[in-house]
Design a protein around this ligand. Structure first.
Ligand code: BLA
Length: 535
């Protein structure tokens, strides 16, 4: 960075992690044109797996670099109809001076174009000149765990268990246990995001000798926005050895496009050096994570750590783990939908009872709303106050009249339909309401200063963070260089959150709006009746 550049966490989001120009050296990368399979770009460590120096590979047919039979297998897979990923890994045997060497070839198409243009690489053989076939070769150590068609077998009993389970925590626990026994990582965590992309470890499986991370929170900046966007497209990444020396891709820019190769879907993509530093600070020697998605949006991650050196589960094992992750994602969506439907039905029925009660025009509205059921059955709170037709009435914990009048006045000034806050001290500071009386309010303002008001008391929460959340990162100066660096300590750090109530949910706000609508009608009907009576 140039001297004088402002360095802060926003720098993290600007790192173009999909085009690092290098790979992790556990395998080699060869980008070829189609259909002739001529080598366009290659990683500098080519000789480690293939025996040929990278310089001699450029511009030559793939068959001359990896052998005729392996190149034919690649060509067959690439020409086959359908999604290339479904054919991965292509199991090859290279001939290195007479020694047979088993490797997994992992194929995908990289789309060339403006930064960020990569969709999922084109299926079939469209032969658009805007793509390259990317062949990544990973040595297959030891016997292969299972072939891809057997992936389902490997995870079948876990899937059955996930389908039987409805309890959320049990879904999480089953998944992390299964991913750990499949992949052999020292620790496997389920990391769940909140609305602001801060995250919490909600399940953990480990070998028993590690301090637990269960319940720890981490700030959103630990996984910046462009990384989250990438993880919504590519659902798995493995960093098999930390630290490592990246193998550069030659030439760094693709000859036809002058752009670096888009590694969004690469399995060997070299990861951000800042993240490598983060892992080192955590004592992690290998890391893998799987995306959990809801409606195509990142909902969380399964994060795996190893602490005792490199760890590289074979591709087929990773694919099986990814399959488990996507099954969990689907189950979670189902379950969340079921819960939402149950809750919505309950609220519908309460609202119907309350509305029916308001139809009896002899009965004061306040009385109708605070009978059985009452407004606390519609929206859960400590207190509800109504001020309607000149009557004020309250259910639940007492609240001084001047307080509810002040809060209702604040709400009337700022919102047409409903006003809500979980922190009156923060959002209505001028009212100077002590936090030990009331902290949260949901108000439905009505004509002529009438209102319905739900109030919630303070809910003091403690949040355990993995490291001090007020020092998410450090700015380090190295000679002329200024850069951002992850925090050094991840030790448990307890934050106490005061001055807030339980927050109001979107569904509660929607129900309050609907109640308002019904009350306006009831008030109108009654005013007409009064008018008729006066005629
Ligand atoms: C990536 N950060 C990541 C990833 C995880 C985390 C899981 C995905 C890569 C992987 O699988 O290892 C964070 N890992 C965690 C968390 C836990 C964990 C929260 O195990 C909790 C238990 N990170 C910073 C700062 C920056 C940053 C200050 O702390 C930026 C300056 C960047 N993190 C960063 C980047 C990536 C990342 C750029 C993307 C790495 C890549 O895919 O290239």
């Amino acid at each position: 960075l140039a001297p004088g550049t402002q360095v802060d966490l926003s720098n993290c989001e600007r790192e173009p992690i999909h085009v690092p120009g290098s790979i992790q050296p556990r395998g080699v990368l060869i980008a070829v044109s189609e259909p002739d399979l001529v080598v366009e770009q290659v990683s500098a460590n080519l000789a480690d797996v293939v025996g040929t120096a990278w310089e001699t590979a450029l511009g030559r047919p793939l068959a001359e670099v990896i052998g005729t039979v392996p190149a034919q297998a690649v060509a067959r897979s690439a020409a086959a109809f359908g999604d290339l990923r479904e054919r991965n890994p292509v199991e090859l045997t290279l001939d290195l001076d007479g020694t047979p060497v088993p490797v997994d070839a992992i194929l995908h198409r990289a789309v060339h174009g403006p930064a960020g243009a990569t969709q999922h690489p084109g299926e079939g053989v469209g032969q658009a000149p805007t793509t390259s076939l990317v062949v990544e070769l990973e040595p297959a150590f030891g016997p292969r765990p299972f072939s891809f068609p057997n992936t389902y077998q490997a995870v079948r009993s876990t899937i059955a268990e996930l389908n039987r389970t409805t309890d959320l925590q049990a879904l999480y626990d089953t998944t992390v246990e299964a991913v750990r026994s499949l992949t052999g990582f020292d620790r496997v965590m389920l990391y769940r995001y909140d609305a602001d992309y801060n995250g919490e470890v909600v399940a953990e499986a480990q070998h028993g000798g590690l301090e637990t991370f269960l319940g720890l929170h981490y700030p959103a900046s630990d996984i910046p926005a462009q990384a989250r966007a990438l993880y919504e497209k590519n659902w798995i990444r493995l960093i098999s050895e930390v630290p490592y020396t990246p193998a550069p891709i030659h030439p760094v820019d693709h000859p036809a496009t002058g752009q670096p190769l888009d590694l969004t879907f690469s399995t060997l993509r070299s990861v951000s050096p800042i993240h490598v530093e983060y892992l080192l600070n955590m004592g992690v020697t290998a890391s893998m994570s799987l995306s959990l998605l809801r409606d195509d949006k990142l909902w969380g991650l399964i994060a795996c750590h190893h602490y005792s050196g490199p760890h590289a589960p074979p591709y087929a094992t990773r694919a099986a783990a990814e399959f488990l992750g996507s099954t969990l994602s689907l189950r979670l969506v189902d379950r969340a939908a079921e819960e939402e439907v149950r809750r919505a039905l309950r609220a519908r029925s309460t609202l119907a009872w309350l509305t029916a009660a308001t139809l009896d025009e002899e009965r004061p509205l306040a009385d109708a709303l605070l009978g059985t059921p009452d407004l606390l059955d519609l929206v859960d709170a400590d207190t509800v106050v109504v001020d309607l037709q000149g009557h004020t009435a309250l259910r639940g914990a007492p609240l001084a009249p001047e307080l509810h009048a002040a809060i209702a006045g604040w709400a009337a000034d700022r919102a047409a339909e409903v006003a809500a806050t979980d922190s009156l001290v923060a959002d209505a500071a001028a009212l100077a309401i002590p936090t030990d009386t009331v902290c949260g309010a949901l108000v439905v303002p009505l004509p002529d200063g009438q209102y319905v008001l739900w109030a919630r008391q303070e809910k003091i929460r403690t949040v355990d963070w993995g490291g001090d959340p007020t020092r998410k990162a450090d700015v380090v100066v190295e000679g002329d260089e200024v850069r951002i660096s992850p925090r050094k300590s991840f030790a448990r750090w307890e934050e106490t959150v005061r001055g807030r109530s339980e927050p109001w949910t979107q569904a509660e706000l929607a129900e309050a709006k609907e109640l308002r609508h019904n009350l306006l009608e009831a008030l109108y009907a009654r005013s007409r009746r009064v008018a008729r009576a006066a005629e």
